[in-house]
Design a protein around this ligand. Structure first.
Ligand code: ADP
Ligand code: MG
Length: 577
């Protein structure tokens, strides 16, 4: 419980006042539950007196009946007022747990966004999502109802013991004697629950990833008529999931049964030892035995719910480890210069830059992905970067955007090592149209405006769309710029997507702009025109065009062809300087 408690401590402290009120309400509601119990015994004794001494006079009989009525009133009022207090107690603690859930979710989401691309390559989206949803949900259940029921049980248990001790010390001893054995059993069973929960939670992540991938690639599955293959795979995964969950349910049920069994033993203790004492005359009033029964009754629900609490604590323990695992991930790319906002002009110098993605692959292949690359590109110039697939073109684009840092060598931007620029102000000056067009399920307008920093004006969005030669297409849609694309809206052609991505990259007029195979799905004539417009519109920007087909680009200042991560051809044209 230590790690889990340490994890949740700061949240408890943040909401300490609300939680203290909640715990105070637990105490009050328990007192109200216990107040009527002695009156159960008293009523039984009074009823016994009423029937045993029928000969007593009318006034006595009247008094006894009056007493019974008052006792009944108290017995009824206790749970009613207690119920109202319990309602507020739940509201207070459970709403606090929802606030904590909100805080944790935000913390994780913010952290996820800080992490580098390499983290996202290593971990699946399904896993990321599960930790943000399922795992946080377990933590919330632990922090809210879990702790509430647990504290409630502890407080009630001690209050009940104190009350029972008042009316019969030895009988109390017999009644609570089985409880320590119960706690030992709960401890051992919880170890099994923890192990199973860990397996299930990891498997759940795996399942989510499978589902997410299936639906992302649904067009491939359909075109290859592979539905049945995926159906079979899914069935197998779900079968496994069911099997694991049934195993866990069995342990959960065993735990509940053990708890109920021990409560049963306590009842037996009252019947056996209480009956014996009453028979021997050590207990004078039969009402005392009824009181003992009522005290145990009060404990039945909190004890049964303890089974659920143990199970949720175990799940939350696993979740806490899973969440912390990602929260402890450090971004590979640091902002080494938060203090100054650098103005970027767009001069780029590669000095013997070498890079690999994965140490393991590097040692196996003994080859860098990018191998000792050097070139110099002045601000406002255009670089055409070409080469076979896999030669490292995209990697160079990512290095320039500082999505990765070089392993050896330096990338110098405006005479300063890229690592020493303020990361955010540098990235604000970079426009990137990726190789794989990605658009959000939002309006076309918002997708283009995403690239904008500062105030987005209609003029900016429209002129970016014009420059990317997509405006005519947009205006042909019924809803124009408000057309929703992606999952919730229409599907665009590859070329249309590419052009929206280009508009998004150029809207902020970045000082450095990278087009990574961004013209591949666009016809030759449009391509040429687009490049003409872009070069005219972004006169002062350094332009990097990555492509394997160079036939449509005539105006460039530097031409580099890559082969296996090395420069095979480098040609400088100074016609524009
Ligand atoms: N995230 C990654 N992790 C490991 N290897 C990668 C990763 N991205 C690309 N690679 C590998 O690096 C090499 C260069 O890739 P890339 O720069 O995308 O080539 P290009 O854009 O020229 O087709 C390829 O062999 C590719 O498999
Ligand atoms: Mg590429």
């Amino acid at each position: 419980m230590n790690g889990l408690f340490a994890f949740s401590k700061k949240y408890y402290l943040r909401y300490k006042l609300r939680l203290c009120i909640g715990f105070l309400l637990i105490i009050i509601s328990n007192i109200l539950t216990l107040i009527p119990i002695p009156y159960v015994g008293k009523s039984i004794n009074a009823i016994k007196n009423l029937f045993m001494n029928l000969s007593t006079n009318a006034t006595d009989s009247y008094n006894i009946k009056k007493k019974i009525l008052i006792y009944t009133g108290i017995i009824l009022m206790g749970p009613i007022i207690g119920g109202i207090i319990k309602y507020h107690m739940r509201k207070c603690i459970i709403s606090t747990s929802r606030m904590i859930e909100f805080d944790i979710k935000n913390q994780i989401f913010t952290h996820y966004q800080k992490l580098s691309l390499s983290f996202y390559k290593k971990n699946s989206t399904g896993d990321l999502m599960n930790r943000l949803t399922e795992d946080v949900s377990f933590i919330r259940q632990y922090i809210g109802p879990g702790i509430m029921y647990f504290v409630n049980l502890i407080i009630l248990f001690f209050m009940v013991i104190v009350q029972m001790l008042k009316i019969g010390k030895t009988l109390t001893f017999y009644v609570i004697a089985p409880i320590p054995i119960l706690f030992i059993l709960i401890y051992y069973i919880s170890i099994f629950i923890s192990k199973k929960s860990k397996k299930i939670q990891n498997y759940q992540s795996f399942t989510s990833s499978f589902i997410q991938e299936t639906f992302s690639g649904i067009h491939i599955i359909k075109s290859f008529v592979a539905e049945s293959i995926f159906q079979k795979k899914y069935k197998k995964i779900v079968q496994n999931y069911r099997k694991k969950n049934i195993e866990l349910s069995k342990i959960d049920t065993l735990l509940s049964s053990v708890i109920i069994f021990f409560i049963g033993i306590s009842y037996l203790m009252i019947i056996f030892f209480g009956g014996k004492k009453y028979y021997l005359g050590e207990i004078k009033e039969i009402g005392i035995i009824a009181e003992f029964f009522t005290y145990i009754n009060v404990l039945v629900f909190p004890f049964i719910i303890l089974g659920w609490v143990v199970s949720i604590v175990e799940k939350a323990k696993v979740s806490q480890v899973r969440i912390k695992e990602f929260l402890n991930e450090k971004p590979n790319i640091y902002n080494n210069n938060i203090l100054t906002k650098t103005k970027i002009f767009g001069n780029i110098d590669f000095k013997n830059v070498s890079f690999f993605y994965d140490k393991k692959i590097f040692y196996e292949k003994k080859n860098y992905t990018i191998n000792k690359i050097s070139f110099s590109l002045k601000s406002g110039k255009t670089l055409v970067l070409t080469g076979e697939t896999g030669s490292g073109k995209t990697t160079i684009g990512k290095l320039i955007s500082r999505l990765y840092d070089p392993i050896h060598g330096e990338i110098i931007v405006d005479n300063v090592n890229l690592k020493n620029h303020n990361l955010f102000s540098f990235r604000k000056n970079i426009g990137y149209a990726p190789q794989e067009s990605f658009l959000f399920s939002d309006s076309i307008y918002n997708n283009i405006a995403l690239g904008c920093i500062g105030r987005v004006t209609h003029y900016k969005v429209h002129s970016a769309a014009k420059m990317a030669m997509i405006e005519n297409d947009i205006l042909n849609f019924k809803n124009g710029y408000d057309t929703i694309i992606g999952e919730r809206g229409i599907t665009l052609s590859g070329g249309q997507k590419q052009r929206i991505c280009i508009a998004r990259a150029i809207i902020r007029k970045p000082k450095i702009i990278i087009f990574d195979d961004s013209f591949s799905a666009i016809d030759q004539k449009t391509r040429k025109l687009m490049i003409y417009h872009i070069k005219k519109g972004l006169k002062n920007s350094t332009i990097i065009i990555i492509t394997h087909d160079t036939s449509y680009i005539q105006d460039y200042d530097l031409f580099i062809s890559l082969k296996n991560g090395k420069i095979s051809i480098i040609e400088e044209k100074n016609i524009f300087s």
